[in-house]
Design a protein around this ligand. Structure first.
Ligand SMILES: [Fe+2]
Length: 266
């Protein structure tokens, strides 16, 4: 099923000067900013990819190192703009060890995911978003997502690998050929940096991307945001189909929470 037609948000274009951003001179299809307004307004631009550049906060490395050492997890659910912080905290409650939840950086992280989730609700013109997060990723082959827009933030580990169109053989991609046929120029391969917010298009003109080898072979923490209909039409049912009859999963389903190690993939 193709979800590229789920949404096309109509809104006024931002006035010149409202938004500080730069279109990359060397990489067509990329727009960068240090301001989350780029994410909020991305639906109005033509680029394949928008990157909101951010510094990795102090204490992030030690926090996520401990988290990844302690637990493997994958979870998700619908996050509403008005209650995003509480929704995300509830989704993660059963997944994150209590001692780590007591770390002061945990709230800092929740607040960051809240801010990005709320911003993406604005991008979509929706009151909620489909939220998923996990420590395992498995998209080996370069691919284009079948959704109109997606947000990825790699909080720990290697960020998503992507390929500019100039360096890609999209015909080979469409023919189902392997990565070495899709990549025309290995030196052009790009990576999203940790903590940067990547918003990108799927569909016929969407961004070619994959999980980098370093994240396939090692731990990482990736958050993914989608249109809320993606939860309603895909992930919710995926979860229902894959659930077993354990008490914990029944309890979690009743809260609309997904638990799957696969669903936070690039
Ligand atoms: Fe993907």
């Amino acid at each position: 099923m193709d979800y590229t037609e789920i949404t096309r948000v109509k809104r006024e274009m931002p006035r010149q000067g409202d938004l500080e951003f730069s279109r990359d001179r060397e990489l067509k299809g990329l727009i960068r900013s240090k301001n989350l307004d780029l994410l909020k307004n991305f639906a109005e631009y033509n680029e394949q990819l928008g990157i909101v550049e951010r510094d990795v906060p102090a204490k992030a490395e030690s926090f996520f190192s401990e988290l990844m050492m302690r637990v493997e997890f994958g979870t998700g659910g619908k996050v509403f703009k008005e209650s995003a912080f509480e929704d995300i905290r509830e989704i993660l409650k059963q997944e994150i060890p209590v001692e780590i939840q007591r770390n002061t950086f945990y709230e800092r992280w929740l607040l960051d995911m809240t801010e990005v989730s709320r911003s993406f609700c604005e991008t979509l013109g929706q009151d909620s978003t489909c939220f998923s997060i996990g420590s395992q990723r498995g998209c080996v082959r370069y691919h284009i997502d079948s959704v109109p827009l997606r947000v990825l933030v790699t909080y720990a580990g290697k960020g998503t690998e992507w390929l500019p169109d100039e360096a890609a053989n999209r015909h080979a991609y469409r023919n189902g050929e392997p990565n070495d046929k899709i990549v025309k120029d290995c030196s052009a391969i790009q990576f999203i940096n940790q903590w940067d917010v990547a918003v990108f298009r799927g569909g016929p003109k969407g961004l070619l991307h994959r999980t980098p080898d370093a994240a396939l072979n090692g731990p990482s923490i990736l958050m993914r945001l989608d249109h809320p209909l993606f939860w309603d039409r895909v992930l919710k049912h995926h979860y229902e189909e894959n659930q077993n009859s354990s008490t914990k999963q029944h309890h979690r389903q009743s809260k609309g929470i997904l638990s799957s190690t696969e669903e936070a993939a690039d």
